[in-house]
Design a protein around this ligand. Structure first.
Ligand SMILES: C[S@@+](CC[C@H](N)C(=O)[O-])C[C@H]1O[C@@H](n2cnc3c(N)ncnc32)[C@H](O)[C@@H]1O
Length: 387
């Protein structure tokens, strides 16, 4: 038997007899460029035993689970072609295969070594999303799982969104049933990510993306079909009119200008438990801003006015949400160097009633302090509540 076949046979045998501890691969090329290491281990999941592959890139880890037979096939396909070295750690041996530049394999065998499943130098946290196949279909990842050139900001945004979503969503429904509506879903990266995450967490999730551009809706429905994401669909519609009955979570990420206010208003009217927003451009407030005399040093230059307009708009959104019975939190969504539009507002429905009239009055007084006569969210709420 040649060294490659022997190594693969030992790998398979160790999986079969339970002596397998870990497999690492290195020296990548041809299809795995950019990968620094691959770590393979056995994981016991609800639906059975799987081989967990962690591909370590310089800036992130990508984890995927495969059936044992699929995982063995992957290793077989890569060994000697895309990866020029691999080490198999079993209970009683350490076997290393190394390919020379001419492609000749050399196998060396040594005594067993203690195995740390998470390598000691693992400083980077694993992404919360396990299977990222949908990102390949959406054009963020290439066939080998590498981020397509120029798309790393969006890739990071997807993961950061899930990191922020995970703690607020967990525990929202004891029966693990959630209906989410993503308003202004665009190309659907974050809608897909939310659905994939919920599915992975065992939720019975129904996720709807609402988007006014028909071509994006068709594209997203096509990808949802390819991924067999049965609970995810997209429809052409307008944020201000789409039916929202029964929505537990309303999301609006970078929906343009006052479309964010429409989404907030619709979420409140639908009694959503959670409303998550990343505000986009803020055009409504800036021309109306008339700061009080004491604050004029903050409004002397155009850039200051720009920033204050954003701050005041989002502070008002937060105050009107609180007046509507929500607790709000404002966090950084994406690092500032990637985009100016980097806030995420999350609003969770309060269990206890609040003095809504008092909070509305506070919000209105704050609005009046800056001479603002029209704020879309306030106007919509005023019309409905007649305050
Ligand atoms: C900047 S993109 C953001 C897309 C996506 N939410 C994301 O964060 O990747 C905003 C999307 O909202 C859609 N949009 C804006 N106003 C809308 C409205 N009133 N109704 C439906 N879609 C709207 C736009 O067509 C666009 O695709």
């Amino acid at each position: 038997m040649n060294p490659t076949d022997l190594f693969l046979a030992n790998f398979q045998a160790s999986l079969a007899d339970g002596s397998f501890r870990k497999l690492t691969m290195g020296k990548f090329r041809a299809g795995l460029e950019g990968v620094k290491h691959i770590y393979v281990r056995v994981v016991a999941l609800k639906n059975g035993t799987r081989l967990n592959f962690v591909r370590r890139y310089s800036d992130r880890d990508l984890a995927q689970n495969f059936l044992i037979s699929e995982g063995v096939t992957l290793v077989r396909n890569w060994l000697g072609k895309s990866s020029l070295t691999a080490t198999l750690f079993t209970i009683d041996q350490r076997q290393q295969i190394l390919f020379t530049r001419r492609g000749n394999p050399r196998l060396s065998v040594g005594p067993a070594e203690p195995v740390e499943f998470q390598p000691a130098h693992d400083r980077k946290k694993l992404h919360l999303l396990g299977d990222e196949t949908f990102l390949r279909h959406l054009g963020l990842l290439d066939a080998c799982g590498g981020v397509i050139k120029g798309r790393s900001d969006k890739y990071r945004q997807v993961h950061h969104f899930i990191e922020l979503l995970a703690p607020v969503i967990r525990g929202l429904s004891a029966e693990k049933r959630l209906r989410i509506v993503d308003m202004g879903s665009g190309k659907g990266y974050l809608t897909f990510a939310a659905y994939a995450f919920l599915k992975q967490e065992g939720y019975n999730a129904e996720v709807l993306g609402v988007e006014r551009r028909g071509e994006l809706v068709d594209l997203c429905n096509g990808v949802a079909g390819q991924c067999e994401f049965g609970g995810l669909r997209f429809e052409v519609g307008d944020i201000s009119r789409v039916k929202l009955e029964g929505a537990d979570v309303v999301i609006a990420l970078h929906a343009c200008d006052t479309a964010t206010d429409d989404a907030i208003f619709r979420g409140i009217a639908a009694n959503a438990q959670l409303i998550i927003l990343a505000p986009c451009c803020h055009k409504e407030i800036r021309p109306q801003l008339r700061p009080p005399d004491e604050l004029t040093p903050l409004f002397r230059h155009g850039i200051q006015v720009e920033r204050m307009a954003e701050s005041v708009t989002d502070a008002l959104r937060s105050m009107y949400l609180e007046a509507s019975g929500y607790s709000t939190k404002i966090q950084e969504f994406i690092a500032l160097e990637h985009t100016k539009k980097n806030l995420l507002i999350s609003a969770s429905k309060n269990a206890k009633a609040v003095d809504q009239n008092l909070l509305f009055k506070k919000a209105q007084d704050f609005q009046a302090l800056f001479g603002i006569t029209h704020h879309r969210l306030a106007d919509l709420l005023r019309l409905e509540r007649k305050f």
